[in-house]
Design a protein around this ligand. Structure first.
Ligand code: ZN
Ligand code: MN
Length: 483
């Protein structure tokens, strides 16, 4: 069966402002329940919301970075629905005059580069949090989070696989971190996303489109991928059962259960008209002034994809490697400082991605927090590149020591006696011995069996306690056999 997976993503980014979107309560995680509240965020009658200027600028910076068209005039609307975590009975959001329209985010997957277009970007306030206690069968509400500023980024349905969804969300997270407007941490809820998924299935009677399902409350990028896989399977199975009649089913909202690795139906999906949107009467429409635009523009640093391109162009890195480096601004800057300190670019990128990141992940810190300065790291890479020390010994012995002490790579190599032996007299002696004591391998090698050199080289390495420079060993063996 031929089919296409079609995914649009709604992502909510929590902004790192000092105070909430429409009141002065602080934005803070982990305070005792209902201590960070006031009449405005509790929705008391007569209280008046005032938009947070910083949040507006941060959201404009994000829109600008993604090439969206900023609105001249923007306004807030009430999205009406009742839920215990929303005491006002409505959420202040934006309906027909969002902050920005269009734009896109470029993603890199193993298959190449692709742009995911955006529909819109708007500001809204977060709701409170329901806490359910199974033991007592009671529920409580914490309103500390109510009124926290969010930017909702809505993509076109351009995402065609779970891998692309991962790349998109990773890219968005990287971007908000570069801009410094959000931590973008999904586990902590700073980045929440809802994929809208359906399939376009080729049949003899044309394309059948399965009803779109929106998956709510997915709390990690890994779970987004799993939820997409589940939905694809489920929708395929349903199509096999119902055929083209599947198109008559309504859109619906699903949840993802990560312990059972399955999606489950929650309710049929609300349409915009269910919310009875109307203009927020307490906040006049806002003119997006040029000082605001300038301030937002000034917040935009060299962007992740610009850095990625530059490293490809200036340093000759592969796009996929460059992308991996640029996923974190601090990692990319660390790499660049090492290159400025004289490290050969490709080798520095490889060591960083293979070894430093592994150590950093184990310790749950950033590469820059490992305690090895970019200068020290550059010196290490140069040492290995010059073949002063073998790669394996460098990874196994030198780097771990550098993590524990302030010693330079050169000092550690000297202290542990790890210098590679380039001295061809010593190597020649060992090679001569290898040929004499392994006549069979020597004969095979003379007959042109290239593989035989492996055992000869192994002998020389053992003889020199692993310190011989393999390149020199190979040359010397060739030369001796040629004689
Ligand atoms: Zn408040
Ligand atoms: Mn929303």
């Amino acid at each position: 069966m031929n089919y296409r997976v079609v995914i649009g993503m709604e992502a909510h980014v929590q902004l790192k402002t000092a105070s909430k979107m429409f009141c002065r309560c602080p934005v803070q995680f982990g305070a005792p329940p209902n201590t960070l509240v006031c009449p405005v965020c509790l929705g008391m009658p007569g209280s008046l919301p005032v938009p947070n200027r910083d949040a507006m600028i941060m959201a404009l910076a994000l829109a600008k970075a993604m090439g969206s068209k900023l609105a001249e005039l923007t306004k807030f609307d009430r999205k009406n629905y009742y839920y215990p975590d929303l005491p006002k009975g409505y959420q202040i959001s934006q309906y027909d005059r969002p902050l920005a329209l269009g734009g896109g985010l470029e993603i890199v997957t193993k298959d190449g580069v692709k742009t995911i277009r955006l529909i819109r970007l708007h500001i809204e306030e977060d709701v409170g949090k329901n806490l359910h206690d199974d033991a007592t069968g009671t529920s409580q509400v914490d309103f500390n989070r109510a009124g926290t500023p969010l930017v909702e980024v809505v993509s076109e349905p351009d995402i065609a696989s779970a891998a692309e969804a991962r790349a998109y969300l990773t890219g968005l997270r990287t971007l908000v971190q570069y801009l410094g407007i959000s931590d973008g941490n999904m586990q902590e809820g700073n980045l929440r996303c809802e994929p809208n998924i359906n399939l376009h299935i080729d049949t003899d009677n044309g394309v059948v489109k399965t009803p779109i399902t929106e998956v709510k409350n997915v709390n990690s990028i890994r779970n987004v991928e799993r939820a997409i896989h589940c939905e694809v399977e489920r929708q395929l199975a349903q199509f096999k059962e119902l055929g083209a009649a599947i198109q008559d089913l309504p859109r619906s909202t699903y949840g993802f259960d990560d312990t059972r690795d399955t999606t489950f139906e929650m309710r049929s999906k609300e349409e915009a008209h269910d919310y009875r949107y109307f203009p927020e009467p307490d906040i006049p429409p806002i003119h997006v002034s040029s000082p605001w635009r300038e301030e937002a523009a000034a917040m935009v640093p060299e962007l992740p994809w610009e850095k990625r391109e530059r490293f490809v162009k200036e340093h000759g890195l592969k796009p996929y490697h460059s992308d991996a480096l640029c996923r974190s601004r601090t990692t990319a800057e660390y790499y660049e400082h090492a290159v400025q300190a004289g490290a050969p670019a490709k080798a520095a990128a490889n060591w960083l991605l293979d070894e430093l990141l592994r150590h950093a992940n184990e310790k749950r810190v950033g590469v820059e927090e490992l305690g090895i300065s970019p200068g020290r790291f550059a010196e290490f890479v140069k040492l290995v590149d010059a073949q002063t020390v073998a790669r394996a010994a460098a990874a196994r012995e030198v780097l771990p020591r550098m993590l524990e002490s302030d010693a330079s790579a050169a000092n550690i190599v000297a202290e542990l006696g790890l210098e590679q032996v380039d001295d061809s007299a010593q190597i020649r002696e060992a090679a001569q011995k290898a040929l004499e004591q392994n006549p069979k391998a020597a004969a095979e090698y003379r007959e042109g069996k290239d593989k035989a050199i492996g055992s000869l080289m192994g002998f020389v390495m053992r003889e020199t306690k692993g310190k011989a420079n393999p390149k020199v060993v190979r040359e010397v063996l060739r030369e001796l056999i040629g004689q």
